[in-house]
Design a protein around this ligand. Structure first.
Ligand SMILES: *Cc1c(COP(=O)(O)O)cnc(C)c1O
Length: 244
């Protein structure tokens, strides 16, 4: 079941054609902002991927983005992703799904079935669950280790000081499936220092993928080395207050 925001998101748009146009326009704007941010920091635009975060938005919104050329999507919850994406894959076989929300161990099997990338590996118990799940399903998505760079108690992610040993253990255990790191900086702090920390950490471990930056700060993240930015509301519109 889709959450109530399904209605809210659609009602906010005058018609589904308007919704599609708006999403296409937003995507095109975000793509030019990414290119511009890359130019400013002397990076190649092909080094920065866009994850369109479609959580709390209906399947129709994802379809509109697919028609506008977007192929990589992010969802917070495995259950919501399962209700939207398997159908879409039939029509768009090259679509890629990232799980970007904190993952409970009892969702590991479903996550291994549905995701191409899990961005939120953050604790030994989850590593155990994913290893078992991958055995069972016969498939392990690519993995990013989420680092709680601000050591915020309410946030998922391995605490900053435990990151080095945890990343090492994961790389030993999962080999090249561990592709990189992800973070969400504290809302009330300058994100740049957090982004820089994550980039340094990734480089030290020789990991190529650095997922950081959202609607409000993706350009800063690109300046600090992001190779993936996760943009939701600037593409799909605002979510209800309950969205996380
Ligand atoms: C919701 C979410 C995003 C996108 O946030 P916006 O501010 O809407 O761009 C990115 N990353 C994670 C982990 C999220 O939960």
């Amino acid at each position: 079941m889709l959450p109530k925001s399904h209605l809210a998101a659609s009602d906010a748009m005058e018609s589904s054609a308007d919704m599609s146009d708006q999403i296409a326009e937003n995507l095109s704007l975000i793509r030019s902002r990414i290119i511009h941010a890359c130019e400013i920091s002397g990076r190649s635009a092909s080094d920065v991927g866009l994850v369109a975060v479609s959580k709390f938005h209906p399947k129709e919104a994802v379809e509109a983005a697919l028609k506008a050329g977007q192929r990589v999507f992010g969802e917070n919850r495995v259950q919501e992703a399962t209700s939207k994406f398997p159908d879409l894959r039939h029509t768009w076989p090259d679509l890629r799904l990232h799980i970007i929300g904190g993952l409970q161990t009892n969702k590991a099997v479903d996550a291994c079935r549905i995701a191409d990338v899990i961005e939120t590996l953050d604790r030994p118990a989850l590593a155990d669950a994913l290893e078992k799940a991958a055995d069972k399903v016969g498939r392990l998505p690519e993995l990013l280790v989420q680092v709680n760079t601000g050591n915020e108690p309410q946030k998922s992610g391995v605490p900053r000081d435990d990151a080095d040993p945890f990343i090492k253990t994961c790389m030993t255990r999962f080999g090249p499936k561990v592709r990189g790191l992800m973070c969400i900086p504290p809302e009330d702090e300058d994100p740049a220092a957090h982004f820089r920390f994550l980039t340094d950490l990734a480089r030290r471990h020789g990991l190529p993928v650095i997922s950081m930056g959202m609607s409000a700060d993706f350009e800063t993240a690109i300046a600090e080395g992001a190779t993936l930015v996760r943009v939701g509301s600037a593409i799909f519109g605002t979510r209800p207050m309950t969205a996380s």
